[in-house]
Design a protein around this ligand. Structure first.
Ligand SMILES: [Mg+2]
Length: 108
């Protein structure tokens, strides 16, 4: 009998969660670069001179795809629950921000 992981995740679920974690890490990494070097900065060896802002957009896109894949895999993470969490966050976070104003600018 094949041994199973205690978490009972399927290989596909494990893979999607790994992808989600990886993309979260890539967003964190580029945010760190922006905080150190700025939005318009780029890697000195990047011949295309892709800016950190462009890289952040790419990584956020990658993250959203990974999140959509988790929803599509029917793992108990639903679009409806994500929407409710977004609405709660928009209502609750503003009081803790000192400079920024939160607005939802897209409907997914
Ligand atoms: Mg990525």
């Amino acid at each position: 009998m094949a041994e199973e992981n205690f978490n009972q995740l399927t290989p596909a679920q494990t893979e999607l969660l790994a992808l989600l974690a990886e993309e979260c890490g890539e967003v964190v990494q580029i945010v760190g670069k922006i905080l150190r070097h700025g939005l318009k900065s780029h890697h000195p060896k990047d011949e295309d001179e892709t800016t950190n802002a462009e890289l952040l957009a790419k990584e956020i896109g990658d993250l959203l795809i990974a999140a959509d894949a988790v929803v599509a895999a029917q793992m108990g993470v639903t679009r409806d629950n994500i929407t409710k969490a977004e609405e709660r966050k928009v209502r609750s976070i503003q009081q803790y921000l000192h400079h920024a104003t939160i607005r939802q600018t897209w409907n997914r």
